[in-house]
Structures are given as C-alpha cells and as structure tokens.
Design a protein around this ligand. Structure first.
Ligand code: ZN
Length: 601
C-alpha cells in the first residue's frame, strides 16, 4: 500500500478486484460517520463538489460522488417543474424518467432542495463545464483530452474511473493503460493521462480544438536512437495502413511489412494485431514522407519549395469537347511483359481493355487519339468480364516492336510519345494540347485498395539521356531524337500540369465510384526498398501533361475481383475521359449535359 490513510487503503483494495466496479464503493462505517460529521449531512461521501453557473443565477454543483462518478446537483429555479428543469439541464425531456429515478422517483420539486442529474444525461456544454470545474488542470488538445489526476481527500481515482468518466465505459481502461504506457491501473495525483479523441464521449470530443486542416496528428520526440514522430492509433486503425502507408509512403508489401516490423520494435509493440487505441507509435524520422516531417525540417522545406513552384502551373488552355487535343494513350506492359500477375490475373490484359474503352469513348469527342501499342491487327473492345491472356502486343514504333523485353517496351513508348509530340508542335500545334495517359494496375500490400496516379516529380533529372543498341537505333522515332534533356523550369511546369490532370482524373473517379487510395493518391515517385524513381514513360517523356494511372491494386482481393468486370473497367475509362475534359475546362455541369445528350441520342 502506498498510503497510510485508512480510507485510501480500503478504497484501493476494493477497487483493484472489483470488475466491473460496483456502483457505490463500500466504505467502512467509521468513514461514513466521520464524513457525516464533517460535511453537510446531505452530501456525505462526495469526493469533490464545485459550484457551477454562478453567472446565470441558477444554483448548480458539479459533483464527483463517492461512487467515483460525476453528476450535477441542481436547485430548481423559481416555479420550475421537473420537466422544465430536465429540459434546461439535459436539453431534452425524454430523459425525465431517468432524472426522476435518480432522485428516488420524485414527482414534484421542492424549492431549495437539490436534485441529482447523472452526467450521461447532461447537455454537452454542462458535461464539459462540470469536468473542467472538477479537474481545472485538464486541457483539451487536438490529440485528445489531457486529464491531470487530482488529489482527493481520503480517496483516489484509478484508471477505470477515469475511463468511465471520459469515455462512458470503464472497460476502456485497457486502452488508456496501453495508450499511456502504464504498468497498472493505479494513478498518482498530478499524473497526466491522455484520453484520445477517438475514445472520448462525443460531447468531449466536440470540445477539442480541431486539428489543423491537412496536418497530421504527429508529435516529434527524440531518444538516444534518434528523432521520431509519435502517432496515436485511433479506433479501427491498423499499423500497416494507418501508420506505415499513410506516413511513410511505402505501399509495396515487402516494404510495408519490413517497416511495420521496424516501427513495432521501436515502439515496444509485441503484437501488431493488438495495439491499444491511443498507443504512441514511434516512426523514425528518416522513414517519414517529406510532408510529414516537422515544420522547418530541411526535407520538408525542400518539399514545400517544390510544391510551391510546381503548383503555380495549372492548365489554362480551354477546349470544349477536346477539339485540337492529341491524347497519347498507353496501355502498360503487353506482349511477353504481363506486368503484375496475381492469381492468374495479368495486368497487361486488363489495362489494355481499359485503354480500348478509353479510346472508344474518346471517339465521341473531337480529340485525336494516338495509341502506343496494339494487340494484333485491330483495336477492339471485348465485351467479356474475364479476359483471356494475350501476348500479341507490339509498341507502334516504326517498325513496331513486338514486346519481348519489358524495359525496351517501356523505353520505346516514350520515344514514340516524344515523336508524336514533336510532330504535333512542329505542325503549328499547341504543346499544351498534347497529353499522355498511361494505364496500369498495381500489385501492392493487400491492405490497400483503389487507384493512384503517378506524375513526374522534380526529383527526376533525366539530363541528357538516351538509349543505345540496335533495338533502339533501328526505330525511326529514336533516330528523330535519340536523347532527351529537360531544363528545370520545364520539369517544374510539367509536374504542375500533370498534377492538375491527375486531380481532375481523381475527381472524375470519385464521381464514378472508383475507389481511390486514401493517402497520397497523387505520387511523384515510386518508392520501393531503398530506391525512389519516376517511371521511365513519364521521366523521359517530352509531353508536358502526363500521368500514369494505377487503376487498382491487384494484390487486394476486392480490387482484383473488380478489374475482372466490364462495369469497373468502363467506369475507369469514363473517369479518364472526364478527367481530360475537365482538364480542358469542361465543367462538371457541362459534362452532365454532354452525358445526358449522349444518353438521349
Ligand atoms: Zn504496370
């Protein structure tokens, strides 16, 4: 026992074993007698009592009862009946019977008498007022409610009581214990307990300051192993998706798993499937995505400079119905390069079908469509859900390249794209009326779902780059321009325009019910293992506005099932076309009209 006082000793002995807690802690007779003698008889046993609402002229008391629950004692206003008082304190009269029951079934109020209103029935503002009066050192923060344990005469609160008071459920003491790294349920006066936002009673959560828009609820600390960010897990969140994917940008299964292990180890988590809500997860700073670094960190400053520079570019060219616009359409992989292959589903097969559908839809606009690959002699949309695998794709260079090597297939696409772009501009075309759209599907950690879009980040510096070897030099497009070299300003502009196109495409996907990655759906690099890079079809591509759309994650069973349906592929195709229309200034209202007139026709 930590304390020599009789009451404390008895109190804690009862509490430690009583689960669930009895409503009233049995106090020794001696204490009751003493308390009755010392305190006004009517309030014997109250642990704390503070007057509230002096300003309003009404008489209210916030009370921490000996049952370690909070309630309010209220004196009726002049002429106030039970129902009126209940409305005043609880904001609705549906709880009248409960207030009545809490006061021995009283029907008519007696003037000057005090009536008990249980905490759970109180109006949200009164709940907050009562807690702040009883615990004046408590601080509502963006993270959650910081409760400072108060010293009570002859009694003490434990974690169960705190959980019950702030979350409505004593059982949440486990989450509080885990989240606050406590060894047991005992609390010392002065100790601070964070009750995380996601556990708090709704009224209390509503009183917390809102997190800054767009800011992550991270705090930063340092120990002998270096700097780290702290994230407190919320209800229903998992280490993989809510920490690793969200804050580190890792998405490939082996990366996510390895980093989750590292973070778990650093955070003292032994079972990643059973992390308490509010548990402080430690993310070493070197793994954070730049936007989550502390403000002022050089990495974050560099990121913000890049974003500021590229975001000054947005497409100002308007073209209703894509008049005069050249869309270079690229289906990822093909031929002997299946791309991601998961459970027999070939990326190359399904993304080619989506591109066929985009091409068909673009045929209803005024756009000129240039395809980078073809399977066989013709472009046809196969009206089947599950598609047969084909290895017949060729890149349409001159002469065409039947795709045997994935890398060559990829490089010849940007050569082809650069040739199309060069000719469009040479013939007096506007370089802002050429766009490049590549369609792929990912194979990522199975917890991830949805689409994401890669844009060429400034990080990639393709200065004076070209390929050698006869497979390249034998193609007319390579001969036209064997090497590329883009200036910084050109790349900044390209990133900005590409982000603009990506945003419009994602907006269209949302309208069409296509799932999107919850975190960073627009990415300017692929991060895998220790490497980060921009895909070659974007990096060496001279077209200013270019995106690589990963339409879904084949590693996720739901996404894998979806891509094997025509309906999903058609919705993706519509999103891509609407993204292009929106990029060229066709608003959603015009789109609706176009869609409606097409449906009517
Ligand atoms: Zn791919």
């Amino acid at each position: 026992m930590r304390c020599g006082r009789l009451a404390a000793a008895v109190g804690s002995a009862v509490r430690v074993r009583a689960r669930p807690r009895p409503r009233v802690v049995v106090a020794p007779l001696l204490l009751v007698v003493l308390a009755a003698a010392l305190v006004a008889a009517a309030f014997g046993g109250d642990l704390q009592r503070v007057r509230l609402g002096k300003a309003t002229g009404s008489e209210l008391y916030a009370v921490l009862g000996e049952d370690r629950r909070v309630h309010v004692d209220a004196v009726p206003l002049q002429g106030e009946g039970l129902k009126a008082m209940v409305v005043r304190l609880c904001a609705n009269d549906r709880v009248t019977a409960q207030v009545q029951a809490a006061n021995g079934g009283v029907a008519a109020l007696v003037r000057g008498a005090r009536y008990r209103v249980p905490f759970a029935l109180l109006r949200p503002e009164l709940q907050i007022q009562a807690l702040q009066a009883l615990f004046p050192d408590d601080v509502p923060t963006a993270e959650g409610w910081r409760h400072r344990v108060v010293a009570l005469e002859g009694a003490e609160l434990d974690l169960w009581s705190v959980a019950e008071m702030f979350t409505g459920k004593g059982e949440n003491f486990r989450e509080l214990r885990g989240g606050n790294l406590l060894a047991d349920e005992r609390l010392e006066p002065g100790q601070e307990i964070l009750v995380p936002r996601s556990l708090l009673l709704p009224a209390l959560a509503g009183a917390l300051p809102a997190p800054e828009p767009g800011s992550a609820p991270l705090t930063y600390q340092r120990d002998d192993r270096g700097e780290y960010a702290v994230y407190r897990l919320e209800r229903g969140e998992a280490l993989y998706s809510s920490v690793v994917v969200r804050f580190t940008g890792r998405i490939f299964a082996e990366d996510v798993n390895a980093l989750a292990d590292e973070i778990a180890q650093r955070s003292g988590i032994t079972d990643v499937t059973d992390i308490p809500i509010g548990y402080p997860v430690r993310i070493p700073l070197e793994h954070l995505s730049p936007e989550y670094l502390p403000a002022g960190h050089p990495g974050r400053q560099a990121y913000e400079r890049d974003m500021a520079e590229t975001s000054s570019y947005a497409n100002g060219v308007r073209s209703s119905n894509l008049e005069g616009v050249t869309v270079i359409l690229d289906a990822g992989h093909g031929g002997r390069d299946g791309g991601a292959i998961v459970e027999g589903v070939w990326e190359s097969t399904y993304v080619y079908d989506i591109v066929m559908r985009v091409r068909r839809l673009l045929g209803q606009t005024a756009a000129r469509t240039v395809m980078t690959t073809r399977d066989g002699k013709d472009w046809t949309v196969v009206e089947r859900d599950v598609l047969g695998t084909s290895r017949g794709h060729a890149v349409l260079t001159t002469p065409p390249y039947a795709i045997a090597d994935a890398r060559v297939g990829s490089n010849l696409r940007w050569y082809l794209s650069n040739s199309v772009f060069g000719k469009a501009v040479e013939s007096g075309g506007d370089k802002n009326r050429v766009v490049f759209v590549s369609i792929h599907a990912d194979s990522l950690h199975p917890s991830l779902r949805g689409a994401m879009i890669y844009v060429p980040g400034l990080l990639s510096n393709p200065s004076n780059y070209g390929k050698t070897g006869t497979v390249y030099s034998s193609r007319r497009e390579v001969q036209e321009q064997p090497r590329v070299d883009f200036a910084h300003a050109e790349r900044a502009r390209s990133e900005g325009l590409s982000r603009d196109l990506a945003r419009h495409t994602l907006d269209a996907m949302r309208r069409h019910g296509v799932a999107i990655h919850p975190n960073q759906p627009i990415r300017d690099r692929v991060i895998r293992g220790k490497r980060a890079w921009v895909p070659a079809v974007l990096r060496f591509n001279a077209v200013p506005a270019k995106v690589l759309v990963e339409v879904c994650n084949l590693g996720n069973p739901t996404d894998r099932r979806l891509i094997q349906t025509r309906a999903f592929r058609e919705e993706v195709a519509k999103s891509v076309v609407e993204g292009l229309l929106a990029y060229y200034g066709v608003g959603a209202d015009q789109l609706d009209r176009q869609v409606a007139s097409k449906a009517a026709g």
